[in-house]
Write a protein that binds this ligand. Structure first.
Ligand code: FES
Ligand SMILES: [Fe+2]
Length: 420
């Protein structure tokens, strides 16, 4: 972040801390329809549009560090194999043999020069090309060139591997937009894979994710943890093209006193990380399912995945400053454990809210200005699905205009007007 951006953010934090209502001209949100959480029709629309057309985090290069290494990736519900090819590219394919659909990979990960189907032995190279079949004399005019493994779009941002199932989706760099530049200082090209785990949760996936898209809950849910660390009244939400969002909230003066809950930090730090991440919580919500509070030692990326209508998976990736040829700091364990305590607080009400959204009494969700990133997510989802494809009772009205989307920032003018 450059000096001007930091300066503007500081002014916006003061603005948020002192305002008496939402900014002038900011839209009032209609209630989110209940069916967006409990109707299978909306779940299916998400599957066909949101999950299919978005860039999804699928892994880290440390999982497949050398040519020939591969991993199975089924978290999105699609059977995908991701391969580090001899050319150096990371390729993704449906794990679907072009003969009769058997898998070319059954184990979670491994290393092989070629992928061979165990059903009848068709074999593919690391670019997905069919290179041999058993008993070729029994096929008439089998054109190998049309029988490659079906590829899936796969791009890297630094050491992170992303997948997209839509041939027409924008390139990953465009999808990330200016956020890619904001992330330069976090050196995604150097971060190492520290940890990876998955929690099963008993709620619709958006209920779980939305607990991480606002700080309105901080004083109630986190009185002994997050509330001691960050000044949520001064939080600044920013929304970006393609449905992404960012929150920046300053640390409290008494952060020193709250430190015991963060006992022991990993020793190695990413030196390029700037002032905002070092003195504030700087967290990103990347459409559709990513939440990442970035920090100078490294950071978690939380991914929320549907698991039916009433359950979900919370997948947590931890990426850390490069420890070179040495060892990963043992302090990471305590650091992650402390974070998980906060995460447990965030997931605490999921199963209760799920009961509510399945009840006759659940009609919809009123959102405040502070919860704008949630509304913007829904508005973006509808744009991606196509409003005309959504039953009227499940739609949200796109009330947030472009003027509120980065780089536009009407609140800076309000700050200026107040100063004059
Ligand atoms: S299904 Fe793969 S070789 Fe037959
Ligand atoms: Fe929280």
């Amino acid at each position: 972040m450059n000096k001007q951006e930091i300066h503007d953010l500081r002014r916006l934090m003061d603005y948020e801390g002192s305002r008496n209502g939402p900014p002038i001209g900011f839209p009032k949100f209609p209630d989110l329809p209940a069916g967006r959480y409990n109707d299978v029709r909306f779940q299916e629309l998400e599957k066909q549009h949101v999950w299919r057309k978005s860039w999804l985090l699928a892994g880290h290069i440390d999982e497949i560090p050398e040519p020939g290494c591969y991993k199975l990736w089924e978290t999105s519900g699609q059977p995908v194999v991701i391969i580090h090819s001899r050319s150096g590219a990371i390729n993704a394919f449906y794990n679907t043999c072009s003969h009769r659909g058997a898998p070319v990979v059954q184990e979670a990960s491994g290393k092989r020069a070629r992928l061979s189907c165990k059903y009848h032995g068709w074999t593919y190279d690391d670019e997905g090309k069919l290179v041999s079949v058993r008993d070729p004399r029994d096929f008439v005019d089998l054109d190998f060139s049309c029988r490659s493994l079906r590829s899936v779009r796969c791009e890297r941002f630094g050491n992170l591997i992303f997948v997209n199932f839509d041939a027409d989706a924008p390139a990953l760099k465009e999808w990330l937009g200016s956020i890619a530049g904001e992330w330069d200082e976090f050196r995604f090209d150097q971060v190492r894979l520290v940890d990876h785990y998955v929690w099963d949760l008993n709620s619709n996936w958006k209920i779980a994710m939305e607990a991480n898209m606002e700080v309105y809950h901080v004083k109630s849910i986190h009185p002994a943890t997050v509330d001691l660390l960050l000044d949520s009244d001064k939080n600044v939400n920013t929304i970006y093209p393609y449905g992404h969002g960012r929150m920046v909230a300053p640390s409290r003066e008494m952060v020193g006193q709250a430190k015991p809950y963060l006992s022991g930090t990993p020793e190695i730090d990413i030196p390029t990380v700037g002032e905002i991440a070092r003195t504030c919580t700087q967290s990103y919500g990347m459409f559709p399912n990513w939440v990442s509070p970035l920090g100078s030692y490294g950071f978690p990326v939380l991914l929320f995945w549907p698991n039916g209508l009433d359950k979900c998976k919370l997948e947590v990736w931890w990426f850390g400053a490069d420890w070179g040829s040495g060892k990963k700091s043992p302090n990471w364990d305590g650091y992650i454990a402390a974070f998980n305590e906060v995460l447990k607080e965030d997931t605490e009400f999921g199963k209760w809210i799920q009961k509510s959204v399945e009840s006759y009494g659940f009609k919809g969700v009123p959102l405040s200005y502070q919860e704008m990133r949630i509304y913007y997510w829904h508005q973006t989802a509808d744009r991606m699905i196509g409003s005309e494809n959504i039953p009227p009772e499940l739609r949200v009205e796109p009330v947030i205009g472009e003027e509120w989307v980065y780089p536009n920032e009407p609140r800076l003018n309000l700050v200026k007007m107040a100063a004059e």
